[in-house]
Design a protein around this ligand. Structure first.
Ligand code: FAD
Length: 280
């Protein structure tokens, strides 16, 4: 670090946005504290604060490039830990029921489940000497100067132990608590105008179930099969791995119905690989 711009930055929320914010701030602050309400030690599965982690997630190419830039060797590390990676243009894409001609694009696809990706990023952030992850803490409210013009830190509530509160002073506080962020309410309570929000309801429904393929050879070595929602093939997606994720995402407003989850233990057939799979 050349000359730090401050002693301490506190980042609220240790999901993807918070982790990356902490990584960037670690270059400019002596110390970065990353606060989250979930337990985050040794967590490799879906967690309460990120319920969408159970659904299929794709890391877009630019995301992969940014992760590689911030964490050199990240992609190779994912590959060596068993995460399938490949060229995005060589995946099996279907639009309107027709397969797109495969092409080499140089854009890298890292086919990791969301909790796996988050775990690997978290561990890289944890290894930074001036970043501390403070999990199992609720963010209660910001602390401010007496005239309310400057945020000076944040009050946190420890979930474990006797549940006491602890104030964390900071030169900079970054809110990365996601869609449930209370910043608009806090600003209002401090006498500021609530920021204007535009909301567009898209009515998109995700239904995800994990299937075990009897034989992964049916994928012909492809990383994933991605039928994109269209009238003849309404939706569907499968990703390769020891467990294959099938997700159906469909807009009820557009297609008229929401996708239905398949009962556990049943089997179904995939329109694209024409093989039966069983749910797990
Ligand atoms: C069904 C679905 C599918 C998606 N698929 C994709 C995809 O394929 N590719 C993609 O790039 N994106 C996808 N997304 C979007 C992606 O999941 C989000 O954009 C991303 O998780 C946002 O990250 P975030 O860090 O801003 O917030 P979040 O992931 O929402 O995390 C917020 C964090 O803040 C913590 N927190 C919240 N309140 C408090 C508090 N008071 N105190 C302490 N901690 C708190 C939570 O525990 C959590 O860790 C999908 C979203 C959904 C819903």
């Amino acid at each position: 670090m050349n000359s730090p711009v401050g002693d301490r930055a506190v980042v609220l929320g240790a999901s993807m946005a918070g982790l990356l914010a902490a990584r960037v701030l670690s270059e400019s602050y002596e110390e970065v504290l990353l606060v989250d309400r979930d337990p985050l030690t040794g967590v490799t599965g879906a967690r309460r604060g990120v319920p969408q982690g159970r659904h299929v997630h794709g890391l877009l190419a630019r995301g992969q490039q940014i992760l590689e830039e911030l964490f050199p060797g990240f992609t190779a590390e994912m590959t060596s830990s068993g995460v399938p990676t490949g060229d995005l243009g060589e995946l099996r894409w279907y639009f309107n029921g027709r397969r797109l001609l495969p092409a080499s694009t140089g854009l890298v696809c890292v086919s990791a489940a969301r909790p796996v990706l988050e775990n690997r990023v978290r561990e890289r952030v944890r290894s930074l000497p001036n970043v501390r992850i403070m999990d199992e803490r609720d963010v209660v409210r910001p602390l401010t100067s007496s005239d309310g013009r400057r945020v000076t830190g944040v009050r946190t509530h420890l979930r474990s132990g006797e549940g006491r509160e602890e104030d964390l002073e900071a030169d900079l506080v970054v809110d990365a608590t996601g869609r449930g962020s209370r910043t608009p309410v806090w600003l209002e309570e401090l006498g500021y105008r609530r920021p204007h929000e535009d909301r567009i309801r898209i009515d998109l429904t995700y239904t995800t179930r994990h299937y075990r393929l009897p034989d992964e050879a049916v994928l012909d070595g492809d990383l994933s099969i991605n039928p994109v929602s269209s009238p003849p093939i309404r939706a569907g997606r499968s990703s390769r791995g020891s467990r294959t994720v099938a997700a159906s995402c469909r807009s009820p407003a557009y297609w008229g119905t929401a996708p239905r989850p398949t009962p556990r233990g049943s089997s179904t057939s995939c329109a694209h690989c024409r093989y039966r799979t069983s749910t797990t």
